[in-house]
Design a protein around this ligand. Structure first.
Ligand code: CAA
Length: 382
C-alpha cells in the first residue's frame, strides 16, 4: 500500500466529491456533445488523476492496485466517459513503460503521462486481430538504428488525443504467433502516424476510439519496450492489471445504479404506495446489491493479492468476467425498476444501459476471460 490510511481516505473522499459535484451534473451534456468539457479535464489533471498508478519518483501518486481499485470504484459513480479520459494514462497506455521501460524511457515519458500533459494509448487490436491478439500483422522491421513500422490498429481508445502509443507489432516475420511480437513507444507526432475519425458507438459518448495508421514510421531502437519478442507478454501483463481496474469501474457503476434505483423506489408511487414497498421491486434491488457486493469482494481480493506480489492472471479474468456481466444485469434491472422512465433519455438510465455494454467486450471479451480462467485451472494454477 503506497498511502497511509488517512491520506488514502482523503483521496477517496476527494475523488467522490469530484465525481458527484463536478461530473454527475455534466453527464447529459457529455453524452449530447460527445465530449468531456476541458474544464473538467483540467480538474482531473490538478487532482493528479492521470498519474494514479505512476510511481511517485516520476510525478504520479504511485498507488497500489487495491488503492487504484478504490479510486476506480468512485470513478464508476458517473458516466464511464469521464473515467476514460484518464483511463489509458492510468492503465493500458502507461503500464508497459512502468513495467518494462528503461530508466531513460521512464524519465522521458512517465512525468508527462502522470501530469496529463500528454495522453497515452494502447495499440494492440487490429482489423484482423481482436480476441486473437497474437495474430497481429502490423510489422516492425529492424533497419539500422530503427524499426520501420507499417500497419493499422483499430478501436484504439483516446487515439485522437494521444501523444504516444504503446504499440505491439511483429518484429519477426518468421514467427507467426506471440513470440514474434515486440512492443514500442511510438510518439504520435512521428512522420507516418495518422489517426482516423472517432467511431460512432452504442454508448460511452465522450470517450473516443479510432483507427491508427502507421505508414513507414521510423521508430528509433531506443523506443523499443523490453526485449525483442517480449511484446505480447507485455501486453498480457498490462491487460491483467487493466482488467482489475475495469472490474472496479463496473462495481462503481453498479453501485451508482443501485443508489438511483433505491431513490426512485422510495419516491415513485403506484397502486397507492411507494414502489419500493412491493416485494418484486425489492427482489430486483436485492439481486443487484448481492451481485455488486460479490463483485466488489472479488476485485478487492484480487487487487490485494497483486499488491502482495502474486500472479493474478486468473483472478483478474474472474473479476473482469463477473463484474462486467454483473453490471449488465444491474443496468437491465435498473431499466425495469424505472419502467417507462428507464427507457426514455431524460432519466439517464437507458444511457448507462448502453454505456456498460462494452465492459463485456473491451480489454478482453467475457469469452476470452472464460478461456483464460479455464486454461489456468487446467494448468493446475488456482
Ligand atoms: N502474463 C504473462 N504472460 C502471458 C500472459 C499473461 N497474462 N498470458 C499469456 N502469456 C504468455 C504465455 O505464457 C505464452 O508464453 P510462452 O510462449 O513463453 O509460453 C505467450 O504469452 C502466448 O500465450 P498464449 O499461448 O496463451 O496465447 P494465445 O494466442 O493462445 O492467446 C489470449 C491468449 C488469452 C487469447 C490473448 O490473446 C488475449 O488475452 N486476447 C484478448 C485480447 C484483448 O484483451 N484485447 C483487448 C485490447 S485492449 C482494449 O480493449 C482497450 C481499448 O483501447 C479499446
Amino acid at each position: 500500500m503506497a498511502l497511509d490510511a488517512e491520506t488514502r481516505s482523503q483521496l477517496i473522499e476527494t475523488v467522490r466529491r469530484f465525481v458527484r459535484e463536478r461530473c454527475v451534473p455534466f453527464e447529459r451534456q457529455v453524452a449530447d456533445d460527445d465530449r468531456v468539457p476541458d474544464a473538467i479535464v483540467a480538474e482531473m489533471r490538478s487532482l493528479g488523476l492521470f498519474g494514479l498508478s505512476i510511481p511517485v519518483e516520476y510525478g504520479g501518486l504511485g498507488l497500489g492496485m487495491e488503492e487504484e481499485v478504490l479510486v476506480a470504484l468512485e470513478l464508476g459513480g458517473t458516466s464511464p466517459a469521464f473515467r476514460s479520459v484518464i483511463g489509458t494514462n492510468v492503465g493500458i497506455g502507461s503500464q508497459g513503460v512502468v513495467m518494462f521501460g528503461t530508466d531513460a524511457q521512464k524519465a522521458e515519458w512517465l512525468p508527462k503521462l502522470a501530469s496529463g500533459a500528454i495522453v497515452a494509448s494502447f495499440a494492440l487490436t487490429e482489423p484482423g486481430a481482436g480476441s486473437d491478439a497474437a495474430s497481429l500483422k502490423t510489422s516492425a522491421i529492424h533497419q539500422g538504428d530503427h524499426y520501420l513500422v507499417n500497419g493499422t490498429k483499430r478501436f484504439i481508445t483516446n487515439a485522437n488525443r494521444a501523444g504516444m502509443f504503446t504499440l505491439m507489432a511483429r518484429s519477426d516475420a518468421t514467427k507467426k504467433g506471440a513470440s514474434g511480437v515486440s512492443a514500442f513507444i511510438v510518439p504520435a507526432d512521428l512522420e507516418g502516424v495518422s489517426v482516423g475519425p472517432p467511431e460512432k458507438k452504442m454508448g460511452q459518448q465522450g470517450a473516443h476510439i479510432c483507427d491508427v495508421h502507421f505508414d513507414d514510421v521510423r521508430v528509433p531502437d531506443h523506443l523499443r519496450l523490453g526485449r525483442e519478442g517480449e511484446g505480447f507478454k507485455l501486453a498480457m501483463q498490462v491487460l491483467d492489471r487493466g482488467r482489475l481496474h475495469i472490474s472496479g469501474v463496473c462495481v462503481g457503476v453498479a453501485e451508482r445504479l443501485i443508489r438511483d434505483c433505491v431513490a426512485y423506489a422510495r419516491e415513485r408511487e403506484q397502486f397507492g404506495q411507494k414502489i419500493g414497498e412491493f416485494q418484486l421491486i425489492q427482489a430486483m434491488l436485492a439481486d443487484s446489491k448481492t451481485e455488486a457486493y460479490a463483485a466488489r469482494c472479488m476485485v478487492m481480493d484480487a487487487a490485494k493479492k497483486r499488491d502482495e506480489g502474486g500472479n493474478v492472471t486468473m483472478e483478474a479474468a474472474c473479476a473482469k468476467y463477473f463484474a462486467s456481466e454483473m453490471v449488465g444485469r444491474v443496468a437491465d434491472r435498473a431499466v425495469q425498476i424505472f419502467g417507462g422512465a428507464g427507457y426514455v433519455a431524460d432519466y439517464g438510465i437507458e444511457r448507462f444501459y448502453r454505456d456498460v455494454r462494452t465492459f463485456r467486450i473491451y480489454e478482453g471479451t467475457s469469452q476470452i476471460q472464460q478461456l483464460v480462467i479455464a486454461r489456468n485451472l487446467l494448468r493446475g494454477e488456482g
